[in-house]
Design a protein around this ligand. Sequence first.
Ligand SMILES: Cc1cc2nc3c(=O)[nH]c(=O)nc-3n(C[C@H](O)[C@H](O)[C@H](O)COP(=O)(O)OP(=O)(O)OC[C@H]3O[C@@H](n4cnc5c(N)ncnc54)[C@H](O)[C@@H]3O)c2cc1C
Length: 479
Amino acid sequence: MNSEYDIVVAGAGIAGSLAAAAASRKGAKVLMLDRNDESEVGKKTNWGWVCGDAVAKSHLDFISDHIDLKFGDPELDLKVDGVYAFSPDLEHKFLFDGEGYSLDRPKLAKKLYQYAIKHGAEYVPKFNVEGPILEDNKVVGVYGRDGKNEQVKIKAKLVIDALGIASMIRRKLPVNNYIEKEVSTDDIESTGRYIFNFEATHDDLRYYDPHNALIHLNQVLAPGGYGWVFPKRGNRMNIGLGVEKKSLEIRNSKLNKKDTLHMLIEDYIKWVPIIKNTSLDETDSNGKGYWSVTVRRQFDSLVYPGYLGAGDSMAMPNPISAGGIGPAMVAGVLAGEVAGEAIAKKDTSLESIWDYNIKYNKDYGNKTAGLEVFRVYLQSMNNDLINYGMAHFLTEEEAIEISYGRIPKLTLRSTFNKLLSGIANINAFRNLLFVVDKMKTLNEIYNQYPNSPKEFDAWKAKVSTEMSGVKEKFKPNPV
Ligand SMILES: Cc1cc2nc3c(=O)[nH]c(=O)nc-3n(C[C@H](O)[C@H](O)[C@H](O)COP(=O)(O)OP(=O)(O)OC[C@H]3O[C@@H](n4cnc5c(N)ncnc54)[C@H](O)[C@@H]3O)c2cc1C
């Protein structure tokens, strides 16, 4: 390990390996640091590569177009035609996302890592990153402990933080207006999942579909979140569930229960009636795991002097699906490219790396504030309202538009001409109109993402005003 690099990438998961590959391809001297040994690269926690493993094809295509990396066997475990979200009564389903793949996460991580190494990035395993080295409020490297538990400092012209949700670099930055140090618990889902070998007792495409990934919205089974059954190759499935803390507390108090996430997952598995003879698929010791995922818009800025963040470290997972693989891929590539270009032109100033903010916003980020609004609205609905809403409020086309963060082309207001019954349902529909207006406003604000750091504070204030209004209006109200 040399003492100074152009770029240190902290974390060699999805975002980190892609950032290292993209920056190396631009000619930068790059070092990746991760606590994992090479044999377990990309492992998120002691629990393994904890994930639902689903990714949209469009995100893989983005990577192939940008850095000429193609995907296939074995990392693409199974192709799926789409992702369907079911209403709690299972009477209605909406297509939520298009063609995609169920991944073999350990194999994907290995492929991304090897690609970074092939392009010249170096890797130090068993390195625990503890924080940023700061000089004059600028990040100039990272410190941590190596495999011998010795304190090591590594200087770099730029640091890319890809340490995941609990990033030790982000949380030790000085208080600043660009990067938030912590994520509110209201914006976090506690999640867990099993990978099962199983036998199907009978076919019922509402619970398990070998060609589609299924999401079950249900405020009793998964308060503030959802359950999922994603098919994998062979007779295997990825089955899991996410909950939001406050929603779980309210649900438990209404039902007079003391259920925990672990208990809810067990209940959900029993609720899926078509499976029997399940056993954990312990390939790569990855059969069962728990971890957290954010469901808010990404941080308003992804850069700070000397620092760029990508993936879960920047709260990038999609606010309604919690899908974070795609955004981590997009962000990793863009952060690596912008950082590599900044090194090549010998300008690593904040103004120079600001381009990453602009590019990420254009390619993915500009819709997520609107999706956060929709997520907050959804969490305020009980099962009856979700059932009714999925039956009466939206056409399938309108729902698809919303799930992509776009404003439906058909005017929802015309639905008022439909017969809606029940005061709670009518209020929920009025709230939906409010939400769609807010999504539109936020999309417009994001389409004017600041071109330079100078305009950032005023822009951020507009986002905060809109978002706090929404969070005041809608509170979790499960069951
Ligand atoms: C249960 C669950 C299900 C999910 N399902 C899906 C899904 O189906 N589809 C989807 O798109 N997304 C899903 N997600 C989200 C997705 O898994 C993440 O968004 C994705 O892993 C983010 O990648 P990343 O590279 O940013 O971070 P991570 O994958 O978390 O990688 C971080 C890396 O940093 C390393 N690291 C962390 N701290 C340190 C440290 N202090 N020192 C050294 N190294 C460190 C870790 O070892 C790891 O290699 C799910 C998440 C969970 C928890």
